[in-house]
Structure formats: C-alpha cells, structure tokens
Design a protein around this ligand. Structure first.
Ligand code: FES
Ligand code: FES
Length: 171
C-alpha cells in the first residue's frame, strides 16, 4: 500500500510524516509519535480512552484516520501539564478521580474541551459530557467531583480582576 504525507500540529509542534492511508490517528499518535498517554481500550469508538482534542473539540482518535488530521491542530494528554498541573489534574488528584488510571487521559481530554465551552456546568451536564467515556473502576462519582473541582478553579481564575481593573477600583 502506498503512503501519503500528513502535516499537522501536535501539542504546538509542526509534524510531517509519511503514513499508510489506513493508519488510525490513535496508532499514529502512540506509535509514530510515541505519545502513549493516549490509550486504546476498544478500537471501536466505545470507550473514550483514546480521546484527544482536535481544533478545540474532543474526538475519539480511533474513529479517524491519521490522514484526516491533515492541517489540524491536536492536543494530547502529554501537553496538559505544560504550565504546571492543570485544574483537572489537580481535581483528579484531590478528589480521587482515578483508580487504575486507564480511562483518565481520555476523561481529562474530554472534560478539558467541555470546560473550555462551559466552566459552570451542572452535574447533569458533566455526566452528559463524559457519557462517551467509560470507567470500569470508579463508579463515576469521584470523576464528576474532580471535574466540578476543576470547573470551580477555572471559573474563579477566569473571573479574577486584572491588575488594571484592580487599579481602577482603587483610583
Ligand atoms: Fe477509541 Fe475506545 S479506543 S473509543
Ligand atoms: Fe480504571 Fe477508570 S480508573 S478505568
């Protein structure tokens, strides 16, 4: 089978590779790029362990071919802590949102895309947002608490007055 060139941005870095057209994006991420934090739980679009963010949206990377990521920007779990622990990572730590951890990268990427759109979600909205991600260990309660923790932190941070606003209040 012939190969095709794919150009994309991965965690802020431009990447160009020759790939077989049938190569799934999840295998490209794990095997060609050695970013093994993105997991494979089923390969059939069921479990969400392979969730990444592509152009701001959570996607299951086993549902698309690597060549379909041409020109796209993707983010994987490896990039989430680039500026220190993300509030979601803190939340999973503080609220004990993981046991074996197999589902956790997918849960975090799915929740990250969701909280970028809605940082004041209800519990029902959180449960809906992660409904495509399966966890065989936790029973989900602690995962939901972890996401609530992160939402509160992110909302607080987004609404902190800037230095200029603080100076205006003082003046
Ligand atoms: Fe992609 Fe399960 S590995 S949904
Ligand atoms: Fe084990 Fe979710 S913590 S599958």
């Amino acid at each position: 089978m012939g190969t095709r060139t794919v150009n994309l941005t991965v965690n802020g870095q431009a990447v160009t590779r020759e790939v077989e057209p049938r190569l799934l994006l999840v295998h490209f991420i794990r095997e060609d790029l050695s970013l093994t934090g993105t997991h494979i739980g089923c390969d059939t679009t069921s479990c969400g362990a392979c969730t990444i963010i592509m152009d701001g949206k959570a996607v299951k990377s086993c549902t698309i071919f690597a060549v379909q990521a041409e020109g796209r920007s993707i983010e994987t779990i490896e990039d989430v802590a680039k500026d220190g622990l993300h509030p979601l990572q803190e939340g999973f730590w503080e609220k004990h949102g993981l046991q074996c951890g197999f589902c956790t990268p997918g849960m975090i990427m799915c929740s990250k895309a969701f909280l970028q759109e809605n940082d004041q979600p209800t519990e029902a909205e959180i449960r809906w947002a992660i409904s495509g991600n399966l966890c065989r260990c936790t029973g989900y309660v602690k995962i939901v608490e972890a996401i609530q923790y992160a939402a509160e932190k992110m909302h607080e941070k987004a609404n902190q007055p800037t230095q200029v606003q603080e100076q205006e209040v003082v003046a």
